[in-house]
Write a protein that binds this ligand. Structure first.
Ligand SMILES: [Zn+2]
Ligand SMILES: [Zn+2]
Length: 374
């Protein structure tokens, strides 16, 4: 279900004052309050919706982010496909209702520029087996904590940030260029609206400190090289209350000693002996799930490809298993003993006496050469 516009939910105008928002909220909260509508699922939903809209629009930072980016700017679950997140049940949603209504609210400023944090990319190298079977892993990624020394202000303890004089705290300046008036991010405060005269030494005035955190990543069955898994909100933090960026885990599959992957199919080279190729018989073929027996027919030529259906990789999108293609390479025997050589000479003599029927390829080739020279 698409999320309704917060202003529409409360029935107020986009430029509504905080008082108007509170008034509208109070009216609707009374109307849909669970005490007045016991057992009404619809009222409960409406109540939650109204409460969320109220919370967003009375928080100046969140209202700013919402005005700029819509729901994506304020809902950390938006990217993940979820609705209103949070594990809280009923009590969680209603606990502070009266505190919200009667407590003192903060005034809404025409505040500084809100920026979404940058996306991050993490390169994860995995084996072909891990890609084929899927697995859970943990990765260490950067995260940012509020600086304890300055409580996140970025100012040296005992000092505080001051309003930027260039933009009067708006974070934006107007430049006149010919006929046009262009709004630009303030070059002095870089959009924050504040100047820190004495930066905190612990965080260099950033207000936050980079640390590492462990993140669990689920690698789905069949993931392929170059695919990316998004971890919503685990990128760099936003500026001035803007939403965090996302973290992308990019998959790199290491080359495999036996198999080459092509989409969901696998290919492997399968050396077999000269006698096995001639006589036919059972061979063991490797797959990602262990060895399987396979019967090569009599008279198998080098270069012949056998297809083992369903022995490839289960596609991450299709959900169907690909095939395994075995490319036969007939191996010429080496380091023969005198006895073996003798046997082969006898063998060669007997096939030559048998005529062209034992080696149709050689005959065809000879005919071509003959045609070419005559
Ligand atoms: Zn600090
Ligand atoms: Zn400024």
């Amino acid at each position: 279900m698409a999320k309704r516009d917060f202003y529409e939910v409360l029935g107020v105008a986009k430029n509504a004052s905080e008082d108007e928002i509170k008034k509208a909220y109070r009216k609707l909260a009374m109307k849909y309050h669970p005490d007045r509508n016991p057992d009404s699922k619809e009222s409960e939903e409406k109540f939650k919706e109204v409460k969320e809209a109220y919370e967003m629009l009375t928080n100046p930072e969140k209202r700013d982010a919402y005005d700029r980016y819509g729901h994506a700017g304020v809902d950390p679950n938006m990217g993940g496909g979820g609705g209103f997140g949070g594990a809280g049940g009923f009590g969680d949603a209603f606990g502070d209702i009266f505190g919200d209504i009667f407590g003192g609210g903060r005034g809404r400023s025409s505040g500084p520029q809100v920026y979404r944090g940058a996306d991050l990319r993490y390169n994860l190298e995995i084996t072909l087996e891990q890609a084929a079977h899927g697995f859970d892993t943990t990765i260490r990624v950067p995260s940012w904590d509020k600086c304890d020394t300055c409580s996140g202000t970025g100012a040296k303890p005992g000092t505080s940030p001051v309003t930027c004089s260039t933009c009067a705290g708006h974070g934006q300046v107007r430049m006149q260029q010919g006929f046009f008036s262009i709004q630009q991010t303030c070059p002095k405060c870089h959009g924050t609206g504040k100047i820190i005269p004495e930066p905190c030494a612990a965080c260099s005035g950033q207000g936050r400190i980079k640390r590492n955190k462990t993140l669990e990543v689920k690698i789905p069955v069949g993931i392929d090289n170059g695919m990316r898994i998004r971890s919503s909100g685990n990128g760099e933090p936003g500026t001035n209350g803007g939403p965090s960026g996302d973290l992308y885990v990019e998959i790199h599959i290491k080359p495999h000693a036996v198999f080459q992957r092509e989409g969901d199919d696998l290919h492997c080279e399968m050396p077999i002996s000269f006698a096995k190729a001639a006589l036919g018989g059972e061979i063991e073929v490797p797959t990602l799930n262990g060895k399987v027996a396979f019967t090569v027919p009599e008279g198998t030529q080098s270069g012949k490809t056998f297809r083992l259906k369903g022995k490839g990789i289960k596609g991450v999108r299709s959900g169907f298993a690909g095939d395994l293609f075995c490319h036969v390479a007939v191996e010429t025997p080496v380091k023969l003993t005198d006895k073996q050589k003798e046997l082969l000479r006898d063998f060669e003599k007997s096939t030559t006496e048998g005529g062209a029927k034992h080696s149709p390829q050689t005959k065809t080739w000879r005919d071509k050469v003959k045609d070419f020279f005559e």
